[in-house]
Ligand binder design. Sequence first.
Ligand code: ZN
Length: 123
Amino acid sequence: MYELKVVTHMAAAHQLRGYEGKCENLHGHNWKIEVHVTGKNLGPNGLLIDFKKIKEATAKLLADLDHTFLNDLKQFSIVNPSSENIARYIYDSLSRDLNDETVKVSKVTAWESETACATYLEA
Ligand SMILES: [Zn+2]
């Protein structure tokens, strides 16, 4: 099995609904987003998937989230824009975009600080 990882960043504000504590207040993070893809078979060029393809799909998706107030976006109007849900949203969206017979998005991690992150993956 091969695993590729692309790391990117986004800055955004959020406010956690129903959370008792400081995170209920409006604040922002510089999220570090890690996208992992896996697959067993390489193409004839020796690549699982071109890194560029993962980077472009991720950049396109994050462009809609970067420098926004996440709570205002329709994808987070009901579910809280927690790091957990951000990771899941990116996982689901990129899976639709990138998955094929040979490659699968395997997990997405959203780091909200240097010491705290949430990962979404399907068991
Ligand atoms: Zn926060």
